[in-house]
Every structure is written in structure tokens, then in C-alpha cells.
Design a protein around this ligand. Structure first.
Ligand SMILES: CC(C)(COP(=O)(O)OP(=O)(O)OC[C@H]1O[C@@H](n2cnc3c(N)ncnc32)[C@H](O)[C@@H]1OP(=O)(O)O)[C@@H](O)C(=O)NCCC(=O)NCCS
Length: 237
């Protein structure tokens, strides 16, 4: 299946917002996407596929619809008008994104340059293929290489085991603190941080190989309690 990871452009933001709405309860106005892409055009990335025969959770209800039927020719100039917000352009469908920025909080003006991951998601059908890891690595590398960010931060729901595994175990973020009731529904967030080391982040040094032992996560225990009990190095989710 042909999959491309490339920088996000202003032409992608409708699709990014669409994917965000499908995958996460934390949603943003279009101008917030624009702010990211226009201010830090080097930091946000999208994963797209040209294999439009692959159905995903967005188009299950339209599985018998051909690509042509997603499009129309009725703008009176003979141009196709995009109807399906999963398509960036004819033949290219967005399947994942990472929305990233530099921290521009004036309260942090004394801090060294640092980046922030605002949002990350991958469409359901395309998960567990390493796409989120690749999107994240591209964003982190760009933060370090282009903006000299010394570290990157993010928030993640305490219950989001998939994202926690990605951030903590795969990408070696550390849990800094718990922010109580960070989310609108009252759930706590882990505030996480990773020091950005250019050598570690170089794409040439990144190889996603098989891991030693697959570990089953029973999803019953609380991550922080596990860390306190077992110590950070002995926890795998
Ligand atoms: C979290 C999310 C982005 C992961 O995307 P993905 O493309 O499936 O992740 P990857 O394939 O790159 O996997 C990265 C690692 O996480 C692990 N992982 C992914 N999904 C997992 C799950 N459901 N449970 C446990 N581990 C999981 C993978 O096994 C892999 O681990 P490895 O490095 O040990 O092999 C995706 O599940 C998603 O979009 N979720 C909804 C939105 C969301 O939660 N975003 C994050 C908000 S903070």
C-alpha cells in the first residue's frame, strides 16, 4: 500500500481537521490549524495514501461508492469540487497527521526554545503500522534541526494507553507531572517531555525493527501507580 509522509500544507488543513474530529475529543477551529501551518510550516506532517481502494472507518458506509462518485464537476468551469474531506486532492487521501508548534507562551520567555505537540492521530484502519511514530519523529527532528528546540512537551489522557505506549516506550518521553482535570470532561493529563538530541533524531539513525518481546497490556492498572510501584525502567504498557 503506497503511503507518503510529507510536510503538511495549508491545503491539508480541512482533512487534518476532519481526521481530528473523527479521532479525538479535543478539537480546534480552522484558524488554529492555519496558525500552526503559517507560523511553523516545517513542523507539522501528514500521512497520505494513494491507494483509494482501501476503505477506512470514514468511508465504511460508502464502500460501494467509486472515487469518481466522491467528486462532482458542477462548478460551471469544469473543475472538480472536493466533496469528501478525507481527500487532500484527487487520488490522495489523508490517513494521519501530527500538528506541532514551537512554544510561544510569553510566560516562558526565559526558557530555552522548546516545541509542543498539539495533536496527533491516525485513522483507525491504518493504525499499528508505525505511522504515528514516523510522524512524531519527523516533527521532533524538524523542531530540533530547524528551530533548535531543546525539548518537546505534550499532554496525554491518563486513559490513553496507545498514545502512552507510543510516547513513553517507543519515543522515550518522560512523565513530568499529572495535570488534574486538564481535559474538559475532567480527566487528568500526563504532562510529558522529551529532550531533543539531534543524533538520536536523525532519520538515518531511525530504524523500526522488531522488538525483543511483545508484552501484553491488561489495560487494568493505572500507569502512574505502576511507575511508583515498579520504577520507571521496569514498566511496559
Ligand atoms: C495513538 C495513535 C496516534 C497511535 O497511532 P499508530 O499509528 O497506531 O501508532 P504506531 O503504529 O506508530 O505505534 C507506536 C507504538 O505504539 C504501540 N501502540 C499503538 N497502538 C497501541 C494500542 N492500542 N495499545 C498498545 N500499544 C499500542 C505500537 O505497538 C508501537 O509500539 P512499539 O514501538 O513497541 O512497536 C492512534 O492510536 C490514534 O490515532 N489514536 C486516537 C487519537 C489519539 O489518541 N491521539 C493521541 C492523542 S495524545
Amino acid at each position: 500500500m503506497p503511503i507518503t509522509i510529507r510536510r503538511a500544507t495549508i491545503d491539508d488543513i480541512i482533512c487534518m481537521q476532519n481526521a481530528n474530529l473523527h479521532n479525538l475529543p479535543e478539537n480546534y477551529m480552522m484558524k488554529y490549524y492555519m496558525y500552526h501551518i503559517l507560523s511553523w510550516p516545517e513542523l507539522s506532517f501528514v500521512a497520505t495514501t494513494t491507494d483509494i481502494t482501501v476503505d477506512d472507518d470514514l468511508s465504511n458506509d460508502k464502500s460501494n461508492t467509486t472515487y469518481e462518485e466522491y467528486m462532482t464537476l458542477d462548478d460551471n468551469l469544469g473543475n472538480s469540487i472536493k466533496l469528501d474531506p478525507t481527500y487532500v486532492k484527487p487520488g490522495e487521501k489523508l490517513i494521519g497527521y501530527v500538528l506541532a508548534k514551537m512554544n510561544d507562551d510569553p510566560d516562558q520567555s526565559g526558557e530555552p526554545a522548546n516545541g509542543h505537540i498539539t495533536s496527533l492521530s491516525v485513522m483507525r484502519t491504518f493504525r499499528r503500522m508505525g505511522l504515528a511514530e514516523k510522524l512524531m519523529r519527523q516533527a521532533l527532528f524538524a523542531m530540533r534541526e530547524v528551530n533548535q528546540a531543546t525539548y518537546v512537551s505534550l499532554h496525554v489522557r491518563q486513559s490513553n494507553r496507545a498514545a502512552l505506549h507510543l510516547y513513553r516506550d517507543t519515543l522515550q518521553f518522560e512523565v513530568l507531572s499529572i495535570e488534574k482535570s486538564y481535559y474538559q470532561d475532567g480527566e487528568d493529563a500526563y504532562a510529558m517531555k522529551k529532550i531533543l538530541d539531534l543524533n538520536e533524531l536523525k532519520i538515518s539513525n531511525f530504524a523500526h525493527g522488531p522488538k525483543d518481546e511483545p508484552v501484553e497490556d491488561d489495560l487494568k492498572s493505572d500507569l502512574l501507580e505502576d511507575i511508583i510501584r515498579e520504577g520507571l525502567d521496569n514498566i511496559t504498557v
